[in-house]
Design a protein around this ligand. Structure first.
Ligand code: ZN
Length: 430
């Protein structure tokens, strides 16, 4: 037996009279991750299990079988979310809800989302084996179409917009067709919405998808929140002219000004204390010929942080730099905010503390950290107190067949998840 898991048994046994054998079965988790990775497996060793595909439907069937075998009552809501319920001793209490997703990006890996779902089922298995019933009802949720636009979690939070229904997903089906194909009802998708007092707490275990925990040799990430993301199209307008006959001091070179702006973005974002990030990831120069001075450049700007105010502050400093570059280069620079903004979603401070305590009691190292990637939890945070647990991703690789999380790390995360559920069940949120 793993020392840490053994320790957990002692801790849990001490906190609950009927908890005698609350042991995470790491091998079972590993086997189930392997079994799930058969659905939509790609030649590179990962999965291409995009939402609404045949592979997604087959994977969902497999998960539903596991949920039923674990003794849960399984239903599919109108958004196609799979919900497995275990009654509590006190049916007047709102459920403690936990889960993640099993759909992948095209050419994805075997751990993104899957670890959270398999760990959620593992928590139920452990409670069932110990014949332990919680006060609160428990619900395991497998959200529909996370990677294609957080369809299931947005619907549950009442944030899904009808206009997205006709978007074509990677499966080739529109979201409307896809939701129907997995057992939902797109015409009644609003009915998937849960009210604010309907969930006691929502917890999601997920792989970090970055390399911080592994490089710092830390077992558990306690997520402070999911960063907000703002996008702009930045247009630098210069003057296209002959590259041979126009002297250097008479040019209005849009690409040269854009290059200075890209450098300025990096200088601004690194000159301020904090963990904000900013990226220029796309650039297009016109007319795009070797013998013409670039007259126009359109480039992207993305800023992410846990604080919307911080994002705004970084943006304003970048604008100031842009004004200086305009004057020096004779160009004009305009910023056009795009409608793809995601607002920051903070985790519940009390749940952060509970997860930290659970990790500490189990003998794990842990650290508070933001999530730079989006998750279902960011939507559910609008309707329920939310907490997220990260486990290490080897090499920080994700959205790739090379994505990998060690079995021991998955089991550690599941133990923290279970312990957090039991702490919340015994009233730690009050
Ligand atoms: Zn994910």
């Amino acid at each position: 037996m793993n020392v840490k898991i053994f320790l957990m048994c002692i801790v849990l046994a001490a906190s609950s009279s009927s908890a005698t054998d609350l042991q995470i079965n790491a091998k079972r988790m590993e086997e189930r991750i392997a079994a799930l990775s058969q659905f939509g497996k790609n030649p590179e060793g990962g999965v291409s299990r995009v939402a609404f595909s045949d592979a997604d439907i087959a994977g969902r069937n497999y998960i539903q079988t596991l949920l039923k075998e674990a003794g849960l009552q399984v239903r599919i809501d109108t958004a196609g979310n799979i919900i497995g319920k275990r009654e509590g001793k006190n049916s007047s209490l709102a459920p403690i809800v936990f889960g993640s997703h099993i759909d992948s990006v095209p050419g994805g890996g075997n751990y993104d989302g899957d670890v959270g779902v398999i760990a959620a089922i593992e928590c139920i298995e452990v409670l069932k084996a110990a014949d332990q019933t919680t006060q609160h009802p428990l619900e395991v949720i497998v959200f529909s179409d996370e990677e294609g636009g957080l369809v299931g979690s947005k619907s549950m939070a009442g944030e899904f917009h009808e206009s997205a229904m006709e978007i074509k997903s990677h499966s080739g089906k529109t979201i409307r067709e896809g939701v129907r194909a997995i057992g939902g009802d797109p015409d009644r998708i609003n009915e998937a919405q849960r009210s604010k007092d309907n969930i006691t707490a929502f917890l999601e275990l997920h792989i970090e998808q970055g390399g911080i925990l592994e490089s710092e040799k830390i077992n558990i990430g306690v997520v402070e929140g999911i960063v907000g993301i703002n996008w702009w199209d930045v247009t630098v307008q210069g003057f296209a002219n002959h590259a041979g006959t126009t002297p250097m001091n008479q040019r209005k070179d849009a690409l040269l000004a854009a290059a200075k702006l890209i450098t300025a973005v990096n200088e601004v974002v690194t000159s301020i204390a904090g963990r904000q990030v900013a990226t220029v990831g796309r650039i297009k120069a016109e007319p795009g010929a070797p013998n013409v001075i670039p007259g126009k450049v359109v480039m992207s700007l993305e800023i992410r942080d846990l604080s919307a105010e911080k994002i705004q502050m970084v943006y304003e400093k970048i604008q100031e730099k842009a004004k200086q570059i305009e004057q020096q280069s004779g160009t004009t620079i305009t910023f056009n905010a795009l409608d793809t903004t995601a607002v920051p979603a903070l985790s519940d401070e009390r749940i952060r503390k509970i997860i930290s305590e659970a990790a500490k009691e189990l003998g794990f190292t842990y650290k508070l950290m933001p999530s730079g990637a989006g998750h279902d939890a960011q939507d559910i945070a609008r309707i329920a107190p939310m907490g997220m647990i990260f486990v290490p991703s080897v090499g920080g690789i994700s959205h790739s067949p090379k994505e990998f999380t060690r079995t021991e790390d998955m089991a550690n995360g599941a133990a923290v998840l279970l312990h957090t559920i039991l702490k919340i069940d015994s009233g730690s949120l009050k």
